[in-house]
Write a protein that binds this ligand. Structure first.
Ligand code: CP
Length: 317
């Protein structure tokens, strides 16, 4: 593949693991143009006029679901949200039957979040529509990885050669996996830190430096990314208490001072304040947490545009 991809190869975005570095650069570069659209007085372009996008979220979401919907509307797509609680899923309809019935209405894209790892791959094999993974179990959350990379690149001008420290619950985190795949492909140096009980087996084979010392991970880092303690995916026993977790791994102003003076602080949200991050850090001058949310719209516009054939239309953005 050439250094500069002109389009994405597949009909789906299932994970960062499937993307080449040039495809990642294409999405990030396209997102820069999309960000300009969001700064206009009229935040709308006709790029996906006539295209239909269905948002199918089996798990709760604030940022991802909302920013996909905003992105779809800014691209002029016809967009609809399936409310799982009032759908026939509650009568026991399977994922595949649900998808096949939605597919019968000829959507161009289905954006799905689901608690089961691999569920998006299953849908992609079944459906003609493109499938966008908005988070599948403990596997991947590719648009989060892309918006995080966009935010780092926007602030630092590059990804290559940066030290990025990722601290928290890596075991249950699809955000961790997508970020590690992406940052490693783009030449960043990734440090992963957390309790040994929350580190995936074979973590070093993912191309990261693993440590249980938050001070070692954060020292001279260009970016510090905190991961949420995923209480809903735990059955206890991973660490003694939330108070002790904060004492050992929580991001405090003292620990931030170990990073480079211009380091940025990131968190995908939702945050457990006082557990993985102190409020003074989350709301402090180095925090780019709300920039990540804003950039999520631009990155999701780019992904939808590239997957739905917007790249074939020169009038797009
Ligand atoms: N970062 C993220 O996925 O947040 P939501 O769960 O609110 O979508």
């Amino acid at each position: 593949m050439s250094d500069n991809a002109a389009r994405l190869r597949g009909k789906d975005l299932l994970g960062i693991a499937d993307l080449t570095p040039s495809e990642i650069s294409l999405i990030l570069d396209t997102a820069e143009a999309m960000k300009e659209v969001s700064a206009r007085p009229i935040k709308k372009v006709p790029a996906l006029r006539g295209k239909t996008v269905i948002n199918l979220f089996y798990e709760p979401s604030t940022r991802t679901r909302t920013s996909f919907e905003v992105a779809e509307k800014r691209l002029s797509a016809d967009t609809l949200n399936i409310a799982i609680a009032t759908s026939s899923v509650v009568k026991g309809e399977t994922l595949i039957d649900t998808a096949l019935n939605l597919e019968a209405m000829s959507p161009d894209l289905i954006v799905m979040r689901h608690a089961s790892s691999g569920s998006c791959h299953l849908l992609a094999r079944t459906c003609r529509a493109g499938i966008v993974n908005a988070g599948d179990g403990m596997h991947e959350h590719p648009t989060q990885g892309l918006l995080d990379a966009f935010t780092i690149r926007e602030r630092k001008g590059r990804l290559q050669g940066l030290k990025v420290a990722i601290v928290g619950d890596m075991l249950h985190s699809r955000v961790f996996r997508s970020n590690v795949y992406l940052l490693a492909k783009m030449g960043a140096e990734v440090w992963a830190c957390g309790p040994p009980t929350l580190m995936p087996a074979g973590i070093e084979q993912m191309g990261v430096h693993a440590t249980t010392s938050v001070e070692e991970a954060v020292k001279d880092a260009d970016a510090v990314m905190m991961l949420r303690i995923q209480l809903e995916r735990m059955e206890g026993g991973f660490f003694p208490s939330l108070r002790e977790y904060f004492q050992v791994f929580g991001m405090t102003p003292e620990r931030v001072r170990l990073a480079k003076p211009d380091a940025i602080i990131m968190h995908p949200g939702p945050m457990n304040r006082g557990v993985e991050i102190a409020s003074e850090v989350a709301d402090g001058p180095a925090s780019v947490i709300l920039d990540q949310v804003a950039n999520g719209v631009a990155v999701r516009m780019a992904v939808l545009y590239l997957l739905a054939g917007g790249g074939d239309d020169e009038t797009a953005a």
